[in-house]
Write a protein that binds this ligand. Structure first.
Ligand code: NCD
Length: 328
C-alpha cells in the first residue's frame, strides 16, 4: 500500500513522499516520461542531454525549494527541472529566513501558501517532515519529498532506476549490491523499495554490522558483512557515504578501516563482473567508500545519475502539476 496521501482517488500522483508501495505501472510511467526529457543515450556512456530544453508545461506555476539540510545536486537539479518546465522557482534561504527566528514548519508552510505557491520541494532532517507538510497542505498544493531524515528520498531512487534501466532494462536478471552506511541512508531504503517494485532478482545490503539496521531482511534483501561475498556476481554496485552527521557515537573504528574493508578500490573493481555498473548518489567521500579513480572511471555512472536527476524531476513535477498524470 502506498501512502494514502500520495495518490488521487483515480490513482494519479498528487504528492511524491515515498516510492514505497507505488505500483509498477506508475513507477514505470514516471521513468518513461523522464525519457522524453533526457535526450538520446549516446553510444557508450551518458546521453546527449536535455541542454537548452525548455517546455511551457508549468508556465504560471510557482515552485518553492525548502532545503533545511545541505544539498548540491538535489537542490540544483530540482531548480533546473522546474525552470526547464517554465515554472517560477523560489529558493528559501533557511538560515536567513524566519525559521531561524523560531517560526514552525507549519507557519512557514501557511505563509508560503498565502503567496500562492503550487509546489513545495522539501528536504528536512526529520523523518516524516514531507508527510507532515502533505497532511497540512491546502488541496491545490503539492509536496515533493527531497529527503526526510533516514526515511525516504524518492526522486533519488527514481533517478537511480532510470540510470540502471538505460543500461540494463532487464531488472529481473539483476543482482544489485548496496554498500556502506545502510543504517542512516534514506537512499538505501528508497532504492530497495524501487528495486523490489521493478522485480530485481537479488538485492544485497553490504556493510559492517554496526551500519546495517536489524531486521532489514524483511525488506526483501540479503545481508552481507563481507565485501567480497557481497559484490560477487553483482551487476550493479551502489555505494553510499558514511553519514557522519547522523551518527551519534562511534559506529566504526576508523574511516581508514572502513575503506580497507568496504571501499571500492580499483583493485577490488577488477575482481568484479567486467560490465558491472558503479553508482553513488553523491556526495562522494574519496578514499573512504570509493577511490577517486573509480568514481570517475569507465564503469562509473555517477555523473550520469546527476544528469538524469533533471529529467526525472521534470517528469515528476510535470505529472503532478502539468495535467499529464497517467492513472496507474
Ligand atoms: C544523499 C542524501 O542527501 O540523502 N545525497 C543526495 O541526495 N544526492 C545521500 C547523502 O547525503 O549521502
Amino acid at each position: 500500500m502506498t501512502h494514502p496521501l500520495q495518490l488521487t482517488p483515480d490513482g494519479r500522483l498528487r504528492h511524491l513522499l515515498t516510492v514505497e508501495g507505488l505500483s509498477r505501472p506508475l513507477l514505470t510511467d514516471i521513468l518513461d516520461q523522464a525519457e522524453r526529457y533526457a535526450g538520446q543515450p549516446s553510444s557508450n556512456r551518458g546521453s546527449s542531454g536535455s541542454r537548452g530544453l525548455k517546455v511551457p508545461l508549468l508556465h504560471g506555476k510557482t515552485v518553492v525549494n525548502l532545503f533545511f539540510e545541505a544539498s548540491t545536486r538535489t537542490r540544483m537539479t530540482f531548480e533546473l527541472a522546474a525552470k526547464r518546465l517554465s515554472a517560477d522557482v523560489l529558493n528559501l534561504q533557511i538560515a536567513a529566513s524566519s525559521t531561524s527566528k523560531g517560526e514552525t514548519l507549519l507557519d512557514t508552510l501557511k505563509t508560503m501558501e498565502a503567496m500562492q505557491v503550487d509546489m513545495f520541494v522539501i528536504r528536512h532532517e526529520a523523518s516524516g517532515a514531507a508527510h507532515f507538510f502533505a497532511q497540512h497542505a491546502a488541496p491545490e498544493v503539492a509536496i515533493l519529498n527531497a529527503g526526510d531524515g533516514r526515511h525516504a528520498h524518492p526522486t533519488q531512487a527514481l533517478l537511480d532506476m532510470f540510470t540502471i534501466r538505460r543500461h540494463r532494462p532487464d531488472f529481473e536478471n539483476l543482482t544489485v549490491a548496496i554498500v556502506g552506511d545502510i543504517l542512516h541512508s534514506r537512499v538505501a531504503r528508497s532504492d530497495i523499495h524501487a528495486l523490489r517494485i521493478l522485480g530485481a532478482k537479488e538485492i544485497r545490503v553490504v556493510g559492517p554490522r554496526t551500519l546495517i539496521p536489524a531486521g532489514i531482511e524483511a525488506m526483501g534483501v540479503t545481508v552481507h558483512n563481507d565485501i567480497d561475498s557481497g559484490l560477487a556476481d553483482a551487476d550493479v554496485v551502489i555505494l553510499l557515504r558514511l553519514q557522519k552527521e547522523r551518527m551519534v557515537g562511534a559506529f566504526l573504528p576508523s574511516t581508514g578501516e572502513f575503506h580497507r574493508d568496504f571501499g571500492l578500490t580499483k583493485a577490488r573493481l577488477e575482481t568484479l563482473k567486467p560490465d558491472v555498473l558503479v553508482m553513488h548518489p553523491g556526495p562522494i567521500n574519496r578514499g573512504v567508500e570509493i577511490e577517486g579513480d573509480v568514481a570517475y572511471g569507465e564503469r562509473s555512472l555517477i555523473l550520469e545519475q546527476v544528469e538524469h536527476g533533471i529529467a526525472v524531476r521534470m517528469a515528476v513535477m510535470g505529472m503532478i502539476l502539468g495535467d499529464e498524470g497517467a492513472a496507474a
